[in-house]
Design a protein around this ligand. Structure first.
Ligand SMILES: Cc1cc2nc3c(=O)[nH]c(=O)nc-3n(C[C@H](O)[C@H](O)[C@H](O)COP(=O)(O)OP(=O)(O)OC[C@H]3O[C@@H](n4cnc5c(N)ncnc54)[C@H](O)[C@@H]3O)c2cc1C
Length: 579
């Protein structure tokens, strides 16, 4: 039924379909059609109202109902509950199109519903709970929240104190939560509670709690950004909830959360990438109009180089984002990659909104231009959903301590054979074949990535060895985080180069992307080698140093490849030849 409705809706838009930019290998005609129809809807129904909703601090619920009627919600949830049963790239498009609106408050309201709370019910809830809540989530009638954080437990999730005691077939809940998105606005919360206070993480459970009942107090928090979304403190005073509202099994809440948080982090990637693309395109337009010293400001070298740098970083991150989403679509999501993606995308978002605001000069600081809102909205990225420090902690555990987080399944029909981690393309054979086909820039990029990866692996080995006092450098949190950051950047640029190699096969015109890969890989190897050298500490002679050869090679690469020239060429392709 739902599918039929979607077909009719998209069929109508097929008539109007003018074609999206360049077809990407992840998107087919149906995806493109869906994007067109969603974009048209958002431009008509949402964009003109965003400013008013930001000022009112509230989004009218009728808009979610309209989106539900159009079949835009619950895209990958089962048809049985009204969902679309569609692949994950429809969700990617959903996030990208919402991200383009440049309203973090609008995006997060529905992200919390679709990706941060409903999936726990869908994956672990009883049939009864699914029937009670999922149809409303998909039709846009219900707004949900996820209640983890407490006044005394944020990053340290295991330390939550909210208790749920089972008395006469009812849970009696006492405690408080804070920073809960949709807390005042929402209809129910997936609440994280302790059902056994002495059992640590094994005493945690998830319970669906309707928010309009006695014993619940709600206070809206005033905050820096995300003005259209509400963030609330919630108090629970002897709140009674039927036993059947427990999601899954008692004591498994922490395990469910660790699974679910990966999707939460993953959906930040496409939405943030799209917001950053919007920032750059708005900036380029502004720079092409604004004049200073007798010329448009997009003629100034330093601004052009900054555009080149930010665009290159963003293009790489977009490739990495699609790679992570593709793995999820194939059935797995990887704790390390989701954490790396969340770390990089939110850090870059903050940088891009700061630097793009700078392009607008004084106008950037006013509410008449889009950058002020983006600037304040982007600041939460490195905090919410796990801070950057916590992301680096998780990544370090995987790559330094070899902690194995079980790869979570995103859906049941996992096809292990179809999953490629793209790591095998880093080899000499591929470098030689790129050289043979005169792709010297790309072969250099590939070499740089291989060298960066070797450098980090050698360094991890070294810091895991004890010194004379029996202390390992890998016990230093500063070193661990530094390694985690470098390893994340290597993974990101690796997937960028890989995606370009793939595009070569389908003969796309990717001159700009190749230059970007060359630039970023040169910067990467320089950064990785310099920082790893420092981590090794003093050495008697440079010749004996395990990184000596890579160090010399990377310096030769810096000498023989001018980054200034690369920036000049990339910015020319972006600014002058953008047609
Ligand atoms: C607008 C907004 C919306 C939110 N929405 C929700 C929501 O819907 N549901 C929900 O449950 N929560 C939500 N949160 C809470 C958010 O997830 C937490 O703020 C976040 O996890 C950080 O926790 P905290 O604020 O308690 O900071 P803390 O944990 O107190 O951390 C403070 C600082 O110490 C650092 N730190 C902590 N531990 C370590 C460590 N081991 N090593 C190094 N540094 C460390 C942190 O990185 C941070 O910089 C929201 C927050 C905001 C601001």
């Amino acid at each position: 039924m739902r599918q039929l409705r979607n077909n009719l809706i998209w069929g109508y838009y097929r008539f109007k379909y003018k074609g999206v930019k360049k077809p990407m290998k992840y998107f087919n005609e149906e995806h493109n059609l869906f994007r067109e129809s969603l974009r048209e809807f958002l431009e008509r129904e949402v964009s003109p109202n965003i400013e008013a909703w930001e000022q009112a601090g509230k989004i009218p619920k009728s808009i979610w109902k309209k989106m539900g009627d159009m079949g835009f919600l619950g895209l990958s949830l089962p048809e049985k509950y009204g969902g679309g049963n569609l692949d994950f790239f429809f969700e990617v498009i959903f996030n990208e199109e919402l991200g383009r609106l440049n309203s973090g408050g609008f995006v997060i309201t529905q992200q919390v519903v679709q990706y941060m709370s409903a999936p726990y019910i869908y994956k672990y809830g009883s049939d009864k709970l699914k029937e009670k809540y999922l149809p409303g989530i998909i039709s846009g009638d219900l707004i949900s929240c996820i209640g983890i954080t407490e006044p005394d437990a944020g990053s340290d999730t295991k330390n939550i104190q909210t208790r749920a005691e089972l008395i006469d077939n009812q849970y009696v809940i006492n405690g408080s939560k804070t920073f809960i998105t949709n807390g005042v606005y929402g209809d129910f919360v997936v609440l994280v509670v302790k059902t056994e206070s002495q059992a640590g993480s094994k005493g945690m459970s998830l319970i669906c709690v309707d928010l309009n009942q006695d014993g619940i107090t709600k206070n809206k928090i005033n905050k820096l950004g995300w003005h259209s979304s509400d963030t609330a403190e919630l108090g629970f005073d002897n709140v009674k909830v039927p036993k059947e509202n427990l999601i899954g099994e008692e004591g498994k809440g922490f395990y469910y959360l660790m699974n679910g948080l990966q999707l939460e982090r993953l959906c930040f990637l496409p939405s943030n990438v799209a917001t950053m693309e919007f920032a750059l395109s708005e900036s380029l337009f502004y720079m092409s109009q604004r004049k200073a010293f007798g010329r448009t400001i997009d003629k100034f070298e330093v601004l052009r180089h900054r555009v080149s740098q930010l665009s290159s970083d963003l293009e790489a991150l977009k490739a990495f984002s699609y790679y992570c989403c593709n793995l999820f679509d194939k059935g797995i999501y990887d704790v390390k990659l989701c954490s790396m993606g969340k770390l990089l995308v939110t850090e870059l978002h903050e940088k891009i909104s700061t630097q793009c605001l700078q392009f607008f000069g004084g106008n950037g600081y006013t509410e008449d231009y889009p950058m002020a809102r983006m600037f304040r909205d982007s600041r939460i990225g490195t905090i919410g959903g796990g801070t950057s420090e916590i992301m680096r902690d998780i990544i370090a555990k995987v790559i330094i301590d070899d902690v194995k987080y079980k790869e979570a399944k995103s859906h049941d029909n996992l096809n292990e054979g179809s999953i490629s981690h793209n790591s095998n393309f880093l080899n000499q054979e591929n470098i030689s074949s790129l050289e043979k086909s005169d792709n010297y820039d790309l072969s250099l990029a590939l070499k740089n990535i291989i060298n960066a990866e070797n450098t980090i692996n050698i360094t991890i080995k070294q810091i895991n060895q004890s010194d004379d006092n029996g202390i390992k450098k890998s016990s230093s949190q500063a070193i661990r985080h530094q390694i985690a950051q470098l390893a994340s950047e290597i993974e990101c640029y690796k997937q960028f180069v890989y995606s370009i190699c793939n595009s070569l096969e389908i003969k796309e015109n990717i001159e700009k992307e190749i230059l970007m890969a060359k630039l970023t890989s040169i910067q990467l190897i320089d950064k990785v080698v310099s920082e790893c050298f420092e981590m090794f500490g003093p050495y008697d002679t440079l010749e004996d140093h395990p990184l000596a050869k890579i160090f010399q090679d990377s310096k030769m690469i810096q000498i023989s490849n001018s980054k200034r020239d690369l920036h000049a060429n990339i910015s020319k392709l972006i600014i002058e030849d953008k047609s």
